[in-house]
Ligand binder design. Structure first.
Ligand SMILES: NC(=O)c1ccc[n+]([C@@H]2O[C@H](COP(=O)([O-])OP(=O)(O)OC[C@H]3O[C@@H](n4cnc5c(N)ncnc54)[C@H](O)[C@@H]3O)[C@@H](O)[C@H]2O)c1
Length: 309
């Protein structure tokens, strides 16, 4: 079962698990996910789709749960912040309760945002983070932190088989075109010939992991022995400034866009880079798709999407 299976990462995970001959039950309330992302799977006898909000309990028989349900970009998670916290916290309680009832292994899509605006760089899993509890990003960051706490309490208290991944910026086809995330923003702006907007001076850095690499990491983590719970960082350690990313996108799109500089939003982290030493040793995983190759795929997806609109 994949909660949030109609979203960006969830729909790729559906594809991948079906390819590996699993029966897939996709659960989504379609807040940010779409049926379009799953259209090609409708009719596959091993694929089922349920409209359901994870803040309510769910009774189904499954043996593995990937808990991905949660809006992931600031525009979406700040739209209804109370619902965002509920999705992370009540959603985790409901899915952990289900996992306990049916004795399923359960995976949590946590986030690098649990590190907040970090004082250490790059971030290792042992770093506790620096999060503003009352800022506009807290509904997401603290919701995800609380979800991790719940996972580890279920592990200690009920001996549940848990796997916690801390996901860093991921991009690729099926990202939401208006989610305000930097990769989709830059590409959509460039394809429309609009100014490419950079917040601050563009010297803040991010790492970008291509979706196929990330899904590989999910599968490898889910396949580890019972005694490995994570949390484990999954991301691409290659670091790029916003300015470098914008230039790559402009070069690929070859349009008329120029760069425009805007004020930096509150609590925007200055630097973000995963330390993936643990993933390398425990999962034998590391990303293999270069930013140039991944951007090419993503640009062609958005080109088609905008042409179809
Ligand atoms: N994409 C990234 O770079 C990234 C980084 C860190 C963490 N994550 C985490 O990975 C997961 C998937 O992210 P994504 O990028 O695919 O985002 P997404 O918004 O495309 O997918 C989230 C999915 O969850 C669904 N959803 C939201 N609230 C729900 C609810 N209450 N009940 C049922 N479904 C609900 C949405 O409709 C959507 O299909 C999220 O938990 C996110 O926090 C993603």
């Amino acid at each position: 079962m994949i909660t949030g299976g109609a979203g960006f990462l969830g729909s790729h995970l559906c594809d991948r698990l079906l390819k590996e001959d699993a029966d897939v039950l996709c659960v989504d309330n379609f807040f940010t996910g779409t049926k379009q992302n799953l259209r090609h799977l409708i009719g596959d006898p091993r694929f089922e789709l349920i409209r359901h909000d994870v803040t309510f309990p769910l009774y189904v028989e499954v043996d593995q749960i990937y808990n991905l349900a949660c809006p992931a970009s600031p525009v979406h998670y700040q739209f209804d912040p109370v619902q965002t916290t509920k999705t992370s916290v009540h959603g985790a309680i409901n899915m952990l309760g289900l996992a306990r009832r049916v004795k399923a292994r359960i995976f949590q899509a946590s986030t690098s945002e649990v590190y907040g605006d970090p004082e250490v760089h790059p971030q290792q899993e042992s770093y506790w983070g620096r999060v503003n509890t009352i800022g506009p990003r807290a509904c997401y960051d603290e919701g995800k932190r609380c979800a991790e706490t719940l996972f580890f309490d279920y592990y200690r208290q009920h001996n549940l088989d848990i796997k916690v991944a801390r996901i860093f910026n991921t991009y690729g086809p099926r990202m939401h075109p208006n989610d305000g995330r930097v990769v989709s923003n830059f590409i959509v702006q460039a394809l429309k010939g609009e100014d490419v907007t950079i917040y601050g001076d563009g010297q803040q850095t991010r790492s970008f992991c291509y979706v196929d690499d990330m899904i590989d990491g999910f599968i490898k983590l889910m396949a580890t022995d019972n005694d490995f719970t994570g949390p484990v960082n999954l991301g691409n350690p290659g670091e790029f400034t916003m300015l470098e990313l914008a230039e790559k996108v402009l070069q690929l799109v070859q349009g008329k866009s120029k760069l425009a500089f805007l004020a930096l939003p509150t609590d925007d982290p200055r630097q973000r880079q995963p330390d993936i030493t643990l993933a390398k040793s425990k999962l034998e995983w590391e990303p293999s798709v270069s930013l140039d190759d991944g951007l090419k795929e993503t640009v062609s997806y958005f080109k088609k999407l905008l042409a179809d609109q």
